[in-house]
Design a protein around this ligand. Structure first.
Ligand code: SF4
Length: 310
């Protein structure tokens, strides 16, 4: 399952959709009584209040560094310039990054400082700026990218998200984000409700991924093997939920071109509140892994990566 249908480009063309500054104003307007994500809490974020996600007026960052553990066209040889944002709008009970996403480990930064982080990652050789859990911070991130682009930032922007996104918000990122990397997590209302208080998760994520694909198309990779635009869909296989893996892969096969990149991840480990849920209290089993592999075959999904089981 490795890059069979890879599209190869020799040069990195500019985005076909120049970013409209009026979109940035709309993003801030959406943050005022917050409707940035599907929760639409209405929290007065610009006055410093917080909603479900816990983010207030300014962005909060847990770390920014070169990361070599992403998929090959994202990490490349020099690393992905990864900025981990604090808090999350999904807040899964099995969160693998819960100290950052649930407990809020990180620091508040100004938009200017965030722009400087992007520039500093670029000067350290990063192939891209990889925004991890960006959703609640979307307006401030867009603002920082506009500043950084004005000061010479010229590497792709990767939007690395749980998939719980409003299409209205995503539309305001058109021309700013080059690579969308959503993780489609659940496929039933019950799982979304129990694990993330989001019964509408799958319905929302499907619309979001369609919008991402509309904006950037299939993942495109340059002659050095580095991605510069497009969609890369991830899915973390959850133990005891193989039927949902099947539904998600079926959705991808039905809706997107055959050369759509998929990263199927088997790295699940019980974390945070996983022990409260029988299915989540264990690692993935070998037969489950083989079943997931079989679904890739069944739906003729041949482009991307299947993580080896440890
Ligand atoms: S981004 Fe946060 S505050 Fe805004 S709607 Fe979503 S969860 Fe609520």
């Amino acid at each position: 399952m490795v890059n069979k249908n890879r599209q190869v480009q020799n040069t990195i063309p500019p985005s076909p959709h120049p970013y409209k500054l009026s979109n940035l104003r709309t993003l801030y307007r959406l943050t005022r009584a917050c409707a940035i994500c599907p929760r639409e809490c209405g929290a007065l974020r610009l006055s410093g209040k917080t909603g479900f996600c816990g983010v207030g007026r300014l962005p909060e960052v847990s770390s920014h560094n070169l990361h070599f553990g992403e998929e090959p066209p994202i990490s490349g040889t020099r690393g992905s310039g990864t900025i981990f944002f604090t808090h999350c709008n999904l807040r899964c009970v099995f969160c693998q990054n819960y100290p950052i996403s649930h407990l809020g480990h990180g620091e508040t930064v100004t938009v200017k400082k965030l722009a400087n982080m992007m520039l500093s990652l670029q000067s350290r050789g990063a192939h891209n700026i990889n925004l991890v859990t960006p959703t609640p911070h979307t307006a401030q991130i867009a603002h920082a990218i506009v500043i950084a682009r004005g000061e010479g930032l010229n590497i792709p922007i990767v939007y690395n998200t749980s998939g719980y996104e409003r299409v209205e918000t995503l539309r305001l990122l058109e021309g700013l984000v080059d690579i969308y990397m959503p993780d489609i997590k659940f496929a039933t209302r019950e799982t979304g409700r129990v694990y993330a208080q989001a019964p509408d998760y799958f319905e929302v994520a499907r619309k979001a991924v369609r919008e991402m694909h509309r904006q950037v198309g299939t993942l495109t990779i340059d002659r050095h093997g580095i991605a510069f635009r497009g969609l890369l869909i991830r899915h973390l296989i959850l133990p005891g939920h193989l039927n949902e893996t099947k539904t998600i892969l079926h959705f991808i096969a039905e809706e997107f071109p055959p050369n759509t990149y998929i990263s199927l991840m088997s790295q699940y480990f019980p974390a945070y509140r996983s022990h409260e849920f029988p299915n989540l209290s264990r690692y993935l089993s070998k037969p489950e892994y083989e079943k997931a592999k079989g679904y890739l075959k069944m739906f003729h999904l041949e482009t991307g990566w299947l993580q080896e089981m440890k």
